[in-house]
Design a protein around this ligand. Structure first.
Ligand SMILES: [Zn+2]
Length: 294
């Protein structure tokens, strides 16, 4: 499994392994879609691979980890944005057993901020008293959503966005990503995952409707509200639209800082956080567009 970028992060973790200082729980935190899962698998391969210089990528252990089919690897992803207590219970029982083949058992909880409160508490016990020979990796792009008690028991590993070159290199390995326009790649801000999610539709909405409606004098409220309605109805547009707007205002601020643009930038950030907390999308977008008119 080729990992592009994140070389400093990986060598830091590998140093921990070499010095036998790898903690039993790691929290991989950083923007969506930049390769946290890939690095988690690379780390598990490093632990499971029989090749001392590993991961070799070709042995049976490395290949089964990459295919998520190794009996000592537990891979948990949210279902409908939720990791339930039942899943955590199954995981706890599995981790209590000795490893089948590998030196340790590893569990990766993807988007672990999706643990509901009951599941968080169930996981907390495992984090407090981990069975010997276990490694838990939690990945997240929303660390603010965790219980503090969970955060305090994990060693945090911070991931930065990739460079544009690295983003392009990752995308070229994928079927959907190899023909993406340079403009969309630039818009993804170092996240290949985001580049794949950056729908051309969101791009159109922002460029052709929202920004022009904000530029007319007086502002075209009717057009903005109808855009808010259309965006609210299509969940796949929510985040991409906000991320594009955020980028737009970040650029404005870099060119010419002003308190009015700073307030608008904050308002976009607030809308993103509100949607993260399941706010009503229509109200969120209407409020945001009104704030952008001020
Ligand atoms: Zn190997």
């Amino acid at each position: 499994m080729k990992v592009i970028g994140h070389q400093k992060t990986i060598s830091h973790i590998f140093d921990l392994i070499r010095n036998e200082r790898l903690p039993h729980a790691l929290l991989f935190t950083g923007p969506e879609g930049i390769g946290k899962k890939r690095v988690a698998l690379h780390l598990v391969q490093r632990l499971f691979c029989k090749n001392p210089e590993g991961p070799c990528e070709i042995c049976s252990d490395c290949r089964r980890v990459a295919a998520l089919q190794h009996p000592d690897l537990f891979w948990v992803e949210p279902e409908k944005d939720l990791i339930k207590i039942e899943t955590v219970r199954v995981l706890k029982n599995a981790l209590a057993l000795k490893p089948f083949e590998a030196p340790v058992k590893a569990a990766v909880l993807v988007d672990a901020h999706s643990l509901n409160p009951a599941a968080s508490n169930a996981l907390l016990k495992t984090l407090e008293e981990p069975p010997p020979g276990t490694l838990l990796i939690l990945t997240t792009f929303a660390p603010h959503r965790f219980l503090k008690t969970i955060l305090s028991r994990c060693q945090k590993v911070y991931f930065s966005p990739l460079s544009t070159e690295e983003t392009r290199a990752v995308l070229e390995l994928t079927e959907e990503g190899k023909d993406l326009s340079p403009e969309l790649i630039l818009q993804s801000e170092g996240s290949p995952g985001r580049a794949l999610n950056l729908s051309p539709e969101a791009w159109e909405k922002v460029r052709k409707t929202i920004l022009p409606a904000l530029q007319t004098q007086p502002k075209d409220l009717l057009q903005l509200f109808s855009a808010a309605e259309e965006i609210a109805q299509d969940e796949s547009l929510h985040k991409p639209v906000l991320q594009l707007l955020m980028k737009e205002w970040r650029e404005k601020l870099v060119k010419k800082p002003s308190s009015s643009d700073l307030k608008k930038f904050d308002a976009i950030g607030q809308a993103l956080r509100a949607l993260d907390h399941y706010a009503n999308p229509l109200l969120t977008f209407e409020t945001l567009f009104l704030n952008l008119c001020l």
